[in-house]
Design a protein around this ligand. Structure first.
Ligand code: F6P
Length: 363
């Protein structure tokens, strides 16, 4: 694509928040201003700001001062605002309408030569559809779930992993002192990365992930085997999307929009363990603690590299691309490729094999 003279870009954060979003926003603004002398428009609450013009504000070097170590996003976000299926309430009735033409109109109206979309797979899907309509978008992969294809790591994952590992370390002491089974339920939706890696880092005995359906009998067998060798406690890490063989995921709530909220598998497994083996099993559901807090040094650096690289993609005319980490290098892949499939844990991959070699059970 021939390079277009860029004067102004927009930036938005979409989907669930995660640590490192502000690092990306800061890097986008600083690189755009320092290297190219462009103007930057902050779009608030995901794609919402492209529907409601009052939800935008100019971002200057001053506006991004001091935000690097801050969790969340200064722009606000939503994982419920898809412009292609936008919910409006009129006369007390809810209707779902397609506001994508309005988004395109506003991108033009705001004078944006490009838009940096910082988001997970949901936001990248929306970005892809908008791209098809001619929106000049580049992407930055974000999510604690680490499930976006085409990049080794998404920013936010490392901090969530640290939080989950820290929780496992803390639960370990009580497990050992009280001779209990301690179970921790972590996020990740349909991918087991947080569970697998925090389980490895925290020395878990059992890790249950969506990619490997489990049998509670096998979980109990592991607890019993440890018990026989004098280890009277066990640590179990369960991904919220884990499911038993032949069974389904546990759904906490089904929203009107059709969005399914996962959660509750931890309590279910704990009850089964107690019923089958008599072992006292306590549950901790980590929940949104994993999405919060100050980003780790790794996420600050990755977010900063992604933000600067996204601006360079715009400068190079690489519309439709998403920045990605490949080994030690920041490269780019097409947004189309990033949404082809979720990046789940390979069940015969090195991490799972290593865990098994260490005696960890996947149930
Ligand atoms: O995608 C990030 C994530 O935290 C998932 O791990 C989790 O299933 C989901 O978002 C929760 O979303 P919400 O905060 O909208 O309930």
């Amino acid at each position: 694509m021939p390079k277009k003279a860029v004067k102004k870009i927009g930036v938005l954060t979409g989907g669930g928040d995660c640590p490192g979003l502000n690092a990306v926003i800061r890097a986008v603004v600083k690189t755009a201003v320092n290297d190219y002398n462009w103007k930057v428009l902050g779009i608030e609450d995901g794609f919402d700001g492209l529907i409601k013009p009052e939800k935008t504000r100019p971002l200057s070097l001053e506006s991004v001062r001091g935000i690097l170590p801050r969790g969340g996003t200064i722009l606000g976000t939503t994982n419920r605002g898809n412009p292609f299926a936008y919910k409006v309430v009129e006369d007390g009735k809810t209707r779902v309408i397609d506001l994508s033409p309005k988004v395109l109109e506003n991108i033009k109206g705001f004078g944006l030569d490009a838009l940096v979309v910082i988001g997970g797979d949901g936001s990248m899907r929306i970005a892809y559809e908008l791209l098809q309509m001619g929106a000049p978008i580049v992407g930055v992969p974000k999510t604690i779930d680490n499930d976006i294809s085409g990049t080794d790591i998404t920013f936010g994952f490392d901090t969530a992993l640290g939080t989950a590992t820290d929780a496992i370390d803390k639960l370990h002491t009580t497990a050992e002192s009280h001779h209990r089974v301690m179970l921790v339920e972590v996020m990740g939706r349909n991918a087991g990365w947080i569970a697998l890696e925090s389980g490895l880092a925290g020395g878990a005995d059992v890790i249950l992930i969506p990619e490997i359906p489990f049998k509670t009998e096998r979980v109990c067998a592991q607890i019993e085997a440890r018990s026989r060798t004098g280890r009277k406690f066990s640590i179990i890490v369960v991904a919220e999307g884990a499911r038993p063989e032949g069974g389904d995921v546990v759904i906490q709530a089904r929203e009107e929009s059709g969005i399914v909220r996962l959660g509750g598998i931890g309590n279910k497994v704990a009850q089964e363990i107690t019923r089958m083996s008599g072992h006292e099993t306590r549950v901790t559901v980590l929940g949104h603690v994993q999405r919060g807090g100050s980003p780790s040094a790794f996420d600050r650096i990755l977010g900063t590299r992604y933000g600067a690289a996204a601006v360079r993609l715009v400068a190079d005319g690489c519309i439709g691309q998403m920045v990605a980490l490949h080994g030690a290098r920041i490269e780019a892949i097409s947004i189309a490729d990033s949404i082809r499939a979720l990046k789940t844990v390979p069940t015969d991959g090195e991490l799972v094999r290593t865990a098994r070699s260490l005696g960890i059970s996947f149930g």
